[in-house]
Design a protein around this ligand. Sequence first.
Ligand code: BES
Ligand code: ZN
Ligand code: ZN
Length: 489
Amino acid sequence: MEVKLISKKPDSTDIVAGLWSAAEISKHPLLKTLGKEDLAYLTAIAKKTDFDKGKTEILRLPSNPARAVMLLGLGEKKKWTARTMMLSVRKSVSLAKEAGLETLTFSSSDFTLKGTDRAYTLGLMVQNILMAGYSYLKHKEEPKKGWPEVKTVNLLEPKISAKLTKAFKEAFIIGRAVNNCRDLADTPGGEMTPALLAGAAEKTVKEIPGLKIKVLDEIQIRKLGMGGVIGVSQGSVEKPKFIILEYGPTNKKPLVFVGKGVTFDTGGINIKVDPLTMHMDMSGGAAVLYALEAIARLKLPVRVIGLIPTVENMPSGSSYRPGDLLKTYKGKTIEVLNTDAEGRVILADALGYAQDYKPQIIVDVATLTGAAMGALGQRMSALFSNQEKLLAVGQKIGNQSGDFVWPMPLWEEYDEEIKGTFGDVANIGKTRYGGAITAAAFLKQFVGEYPWMHLDIAPTMTSIEGQYLAKGAIGAGVRFLVELARQYK
Ligand code: BES
Ligand code: ZN
Ligand code: ZN
C-alpha cells in the first residue's frame, strides 16, 4: 500500500469523510466542493445515519457513480480518544477494502485528538492505515482480478510542515515493521523453524546499515551453559538458535529487548490438546526483531540489544521431561514441572544473558500464558515489572503507541509459588490460579537487580472481531518497544 501526504484535494479519488453529524457535510474539506446535487444526496442520507453510534455508509456520487464517498461515523465526540480514533481509521480501510475501493483520500483533520499535536495524530493514522491494509496471502491463489486491496491512501494536510513530513515517514517505518512482524508470525511452523527464523533475521539485518546480528548455534549455546534453551529444544529435530541483534553506539548503556522465539509449541511431553495457533509462539521474537529494524531505520539515539532464543517444543524420545532439572546461564536451576511452560525456560537463559550488557532496562516480550488471556481478554497485553513505577511508564507508552498494556501485580509473596523442591525455581505455580503472575514471578528470578518490564502478549497474539485487522497475528510489541526506545535516551 502506498500512503501519501498531500496538501491539495485530488479530483477523482474515493473519499473517506469522518463525521460526528450530518451538519458537517457541507463544511467538510473533501466534500464542500462537490456539486449541489451530490451534496444534497449525501446530506439526505446522512440525516438518517447515526454517525454518533458509529454508523457508516459507502455511497456513489449521483454525478459520477464511479466515485465513492464513505461517510464514516466517528461515534460519540466526547468518547473520542487515541484508541477510538485508531479503530475508526482501521474500520474505514477495512470497509473500503471490502467494497473494492482502491484509492482513498482522507482529510486528516477529521481525526484530530485534542491536546496532542497534528504530527501525533498523523503518525497514528499512517500506522493504523497500514495495519488495516495488511493480510497474509502468500499461500493462497490470487483471484483473476487480484486481491481486493486499498492500493493508495492520500492524507490531506493543508499545511505540510517539516515536522509533519518527519512524523509521516517515521510512522510509515513503524507501520511497515508491525506488518513485517505479522508476516513472520503468520508463517506456518514448518516454514518458520529456529533456523529459518534466524535466516529471516539475517536477511532483514542485511538491508539496514547500523544493525548487526550474531546467531549462536547449538554448540555455542551449550558452551555458554544455556541449559534452558538446550532442554526445551532437545525433543525436536530442529536445532535451537540464539539470535543477538545490536544497534547504536557502544558507549551508551543499552536497552535490552528479549523475545520468546518458540517457532512451534506442541507443549512437549505435556502435549497440548489444541496447538493450532502455536506457530505464532515466536511472536515476541518477531516483535523484537522488527522493533530493532524500525529503531535502526529511525536512527534513534539509543543503544539497543535484541535477544531472541528460538526453539521448537516437540514431544519425542529425546524430549525434556517433567521432573528434569535444567541449569540456566547464570547458574540457577529450573525444575521442569510442565514441559508446556517452555517459554519462561528459554527466557531464563536470555534474561541472564541480558544482564551481561549491564542494561538500563530489560524488556521481554512473550506469548507466555493462556492465563493472561483469561485475566484480560484479547484487547491488551499484560505488563509486569520488578519496579512498580515502571508500570505507569509502560502503560503510558502503551496508550501513546496504540500497543495497549495493562499493569499487573508482582508482590514478592508470589515468589513462594514458584519455589522448587529439587531445583531453585519451579516452572509452574503451585495452584491453578494467577498463571500469568506466577510466570512473571518466575522470570523475575532471572533479571537480577536490573529494571525490567515483562509483556505477556498471549492476549494480543491474534486479532479479534471488531479490531478491523486481518485474521492472524497483529504484531503486538513492536510499537511498544519502538516508543519505549524513543522515550529512553
Ligand atoms: N505458548 C503458550 C501460551 C499461549 C497460550 C500463548 C495461548 C498464546 C495463546 C505457553 O507456552 C503455554 O503453553 N503456557 C501454559 C502454561 C502452563 C503450562 C502453566 C498455559 O498457558 O497453559
Ligand atoms: Zn507452552
Ligand atoms: Zn509457548
